[in-house]
Every structure is written in structure tokens, then in C-alpha cells.
Design a protein. Structure first.
Length: 220
């Protein structure tokens, strides 16, 4: 049974971080990773300049370039875009969110265990908003796990045909930013007795509603 969002309850983790705080920390982590890659490339160039033939310089270059491309893609997830909703695979967005959060300075070492239930299908949402909401849930899951040493952060993905949802176990109320992002995605944040749930209508359900609004009763 779901209920209106109650006042925050302690669960061993401070969940007061808003999106601004989280994104600033992620940016710091990404810049640190970028500096490491630049330093590695600079070292390769220096060795090449010195004529060090003992080091296989060219073999290391593709790997460094690939890491730069990955970092560039993660940087691209942070800005807010002026974009309408698009069809998105929530599982793929969650993977992006987890990779992005791996650069969080305080929580990058925490592992995230993802489980799937039902048939989570596509949703329609602005990519930037869904990424941010997913990052915030990953952040909450890691903060909760931080209070229980040896326990991995856990995110559960559930789909029932009508909705696709991300579940995170916590007794705390959601940050206001998370609730606002859920609305921006066309969904909502609800809580059960022990979880926060980001619930979004499936793309299939949205299309059914659109057909119904047009007076088209077909099911194809």
C-alpha cells in the first residue's frame, strides 16, 4: 500500500543532498578523472619526445582515447537540455546513471546491485531529467548502504506493462528535487513502508492513453 510522502525518518544515512550538491560533487570527480587522463597522455607524449622506444607508446594511446570518449559522454549527461520527452530504455538510463555516479568523490567505491522484475519496457521522458532522477536514487541507495558496512547499494527495476519503476530501500522522504524531476518525467515519487519508488508510465501505456484521448479504441 502506498501513501503520501511523510516527514523524513532516520535510517542511518543523511539524505539531505539536493541535485545541485550531487552534481557539483560529480563534476569534481569527472574533472579529477579528466586530469588523470590528460596527465597520462602528457606522459606518453613526453616519452615519445625523448625517443623512448622501449615503451610501446602506440599500444597505450587507443585506451587513453577511449577513456576520454567515455568521460566526454558522462560530462554530456550533466547539463539540463531544452528537450521534449523521448522514448528511453530505463535500464540503459540507469546504467548511465551508475557509471556517472562512480565518479562521486565520497561514494565512488560503493557497488550497486541492480535487480529486474517483470518486463521493464520503454518510457517517454526528457533524457536529462530521467538521468538526474536515476542518479539521485543511486545516490540515496549508496548513502543508505554506507550506514551498513559490507552491504551493497541496491536498486530494483520493476515493470508491469503500465508502469516502469525504480525502487530504493530507505525510510527517508525523497529530496524535493527528486519529486520535481519525477513530475518532469511524467511520473511521481511514492513511498511504501520501506522504499522510495520512482514510477513512470510505460511508453505502451502512454500510447494507449493517447489513442483513448483521440477516441481510437484500437489496440494495435
Amino acid at each position: 500500500m502506498t501513501s503520501a510522502i511523510p516527514a523524513p525518518q532516520p535510517d542511518g544515512a543523511s539524505l539531505s543532498d539536493d541535485w545541485h550538491t550531487i552534481s557539483e560533487e560529480l563534476l569534481q570527480g569527472l574533472v579529477h578523472a579528466l586530469n588523470n587522463r590528460v596527465a597520462a597522455l602528457s606522459a606518453l607524449v613526453e616519452l615519445a619526445t625523448l625517443g623512448d622506444e622501449r615503451s610501446n607508446l602506440l599500444s597505450g594511446l587507443p585506451g587513453e582515447i577511449a577513456q576520454l570518449h567515455r568521460l566526454n559522454a558522462l560530462f554530456g549527461l550533466l547539463p539540463q537540455r531544452r528537450a521534449d520527452g523521448e522514448a528511453l530504455d530505463l535500464r540503459a538510463v540507469l546504467e548511465d546513471a551508475i557509471r556517472l555516479h562512480e565518479h562521486h568523490p565520497r561514494l565512488r567505491g560503493a557497488q550497486v546491485m541492480v535487480t529486474f522484475e517483470g518486463a521493464p519496457g520503454a518510457v517517454r521522458a526528457p533524457r536529462w531529467a530521467l538521468v538526474r532522477a536515476s542518479v539521485m536514487l543511486v545516490h540515496i541507495a549508496k548513502r543508505v548502504a554506507q550506514s551498513a558496512p559490507g552491504q551493497d547499494a541496491a536498486v530494483r527495476v520493476h515493470g508491469d506493462g503500465e508502469t516502469v519503476a525504480l525502487h530504493v530501500a530507505t525510510l527517508a522522504a525523497p529530496p524535493p528535487d527528486l519529486a520535481a524531476l519525477a513530475v518532469r518525467c511524467g511520473g511521481r515519487v511514492i513511498r511504501t513502508s520501506d522504499e522510495l519508488v520512482l514510477s513512470i508510465p510505460s511508453l505502451r501505456e502512454l500510447r494507449r492513453r493517447e489513442r483513448e484521448a483521440r477516441g481510437d479504441g484500437s489496440t494495435s
